[in-house]
Write a protein that binds this ligand. Structure first.
Ligand code: 13P
Length: 253
């Protein structure tokens, strides 16, 4: 039985004050739940404050990206040890916005995953196809190469610390959601691919989140699919009551 994992990707949103208010509302509104893992992923500059607010709670705090390097002359970058220092336990790697806007390749993503694991951060590896790839029936092919190139030389012990988020690019920020069946189909493909690449036990333990226009209205249908183990929520995670509703839905499944 895999525990549901609901994560909020705040992207490049909120002011310092708003990030603090949202964190306090989430902390105070959350009923202690052993059945759901919860994480928030604020902008780098709010991590210290947000970690502080969640320090007595069981909410994970993570970053949206990280450097491959540990330290040195890499202007504008933020390293794994720095993230640990401000209370992060998790980090998003290979989000589609990093892939498409900042040209992160599978090979860069592979190096970032290794850097995260070496720093003892638990990564969420994001994968997913674009609309034109789905239209050309290439979803499996695209996701397969994101997994095989992204996870190159990563061991099954390391995969035990990993979460995968399936985020079809066409469903991100568009209000268009994959149907529960469409999502479950790709999640099944991901789990089978991981079984082939690693072993059955590793594939069964792996949590696969769905992301792409998840909200309080569609969460129940998506989360009740057999292969969907949680959600990576963008826009809807900026509203405390919506995010809390999604967490409650996950807890009820
Ligand atoms: P939306 O929920 O806003 O579509 O964003 C999804 C996402 O990119 C989460 O990482």
């Amino acid at each position: 039985m895999r525990k549901q994992f609901i994560a909020g990707n705040w992207k490049m949103n909120l002011t310092l004050e708003e990030a603090g208010n949202l964190s306090r509302k989430l902390r105070d509104g959350l009923k202690v739940s052993d059945t759901v893992d919860i994480g928030v992923f604020p902008s780098f500059v709010y991590l210290d404050k947000v970690s502080d607010i969640f320090s007595e709670s069981n909410v994970f705090v993570g970053a949206q990206n990280m450097s491959i390097e540990k330290c040195g002359a890499f202007t504008g970058e933020v390293s794994g040890p720095m993230l640990k220092d401000v209370g992060c336990t998790h980090v998003l790697i290979g989000h589609s916005e990093r892939r498409t806007i900042y040209q992160e390749t599978n090979s860069v993503i592979n190096s970032k995953l290794k850097a995260a694991l070496l720093t003892d951060l638990s990564p969420i590896l994001c994968v997913g196809e674009r609309q034109e790839e789905r239209d050309a029936d290439k979803t499996d092919e695209v996701v397969e190469s994101q997994l095989s190139e992204g996870l190159l030389n990563i061991t099954s012990e390391q995969v035990n610390r990993l979460t995968i988020a399936y985020e079809p690019v066409w469903a991100i920020g568009t209000g268009k959601t994959a149907t529960p069946e469409q999502a479950n189909e790709v999640h099944t493909f991901i789990r089978n691919t991981m079984r082939d690449k690693y072993d059955d036990n590793t594939a069964q333990r792996l949590r696969i989140q769905y992301g792409g226009s998840v909200n309080a209205e569609n969460a129940e249908q998506l989360l009740s699919q057999s292969e969907i183990d949680g959600a990576l929520v963008g826009g809807a995670s900026l509203d405390s009551s919506t995010f809390l509703d999604i967490v409650s839905i996950a807890a009820s499944i």
